[in-house]
Design a binder for this molecule. Sequence first.
Ligand code: GDP
Length: 361
Amino acid sequence: MSDSDTRDRSDTLRTPIVAVLGHVDHGKTSLLDKVRGSAVSEGEAGAITQHIGATAVPLDTISGIAGSLVDPDDFDLPGLLFIDTPGHHSFSTLRSRGGALADIAVLVVDVNDGFQPQTEEAIDILKRTGTPFIVAANKIDTTPGWNPQEGEPIQVTYEAQSDRARSRLDENLYEIIGQLSDAGFSADLYWRVQDFQANVGVVPVSAMTGEGVPDLLTVLMGLSQRYMKDQMTIDVEGPGAGTVLEVKEEKGFGTTLDVVIYDGTLREGDEIVVGGLHEPIVTEVRALLQPKPLAEIRTEKRFDRVDSVGAAAGVKIAAPDLEDAMAGAPVRVVRGRERDVVVADVESELAEIEVDTEEEG
Ligand code: GDP
């Protein structure tokens, strides 16, 4: 315990928000599925929580997947919240108070294909938003002569390969490192990186066999813990702040918002201000909805109601007058503040966001 414990009472470390980007077919969806699948096969109920638009993987689960790579005692961040890949267009509009909504990103690159047009686009967006990222060099299992080691850390996998397979993979990895360097990023295989603020770490993975997934989670957790603790310190009791992922019609609820909350708490009945097409929308939260657990998905009702959600989390908001809400727009809880001040806040933030009219969701 430090000599001066000056933290506010309700200061809490929130979950870092992780986005997965990359060229089509390079394996974004598969990688997220693998992370979810590995978490589920870790066993305990509650190993992951499916949110609206996001998946929460708690530290214990990460340490279960990562084995000896992660000692949970070394961490005090609660885990990782993966946004369910909304695509580049949405990513570039997903801001939080001027920065990127995602605290950290995984750029997925097919180890055989290397950089492709959407990889370049993603890199530009990451540069522009100043989002720290690592590269998942995916599909290592497709290396000729590969001897797959299901779910193992990369070092274990490497040792199981023939010299020939290993050097084939190395060639491809160095190609990607070269392409990162051409794009202006000093990069190296992650275990050679000392300073992740100066260098991009490349993590060889397979979304198919799960090889390298322990390393990927370890590096994400380590980076967040090391460089983002200040950013993750929030007053969880404070008025909620979030970003709209999607505006959706939902049977029985009308127009709803899928939102990622990155600060404070959002409660049922809260007055909120949401960025709209013409002007900020002022409304009241009628219901907060989360997906029902997988086992119950066949039942009529798709959602569970919750009283409140604290950052970081994905949630669906049902409220009146949301028809003009926009993906990428800010959502703010008014609670305890002047409504006009919050409206002005949302207005100025909206002014910074280039509205992406081609948003396909
Ligand atoms: P996305 O468009 O980036 O989301 O890519 P997907 O996750 O849909 O993957 C595209 C294709 O590549 C699918 O057929 C996947 O099964 C396949 N794929 C993805 N990751 C891997 C991998 O690590 N190994 C192999 N062999 N195939 C993969």
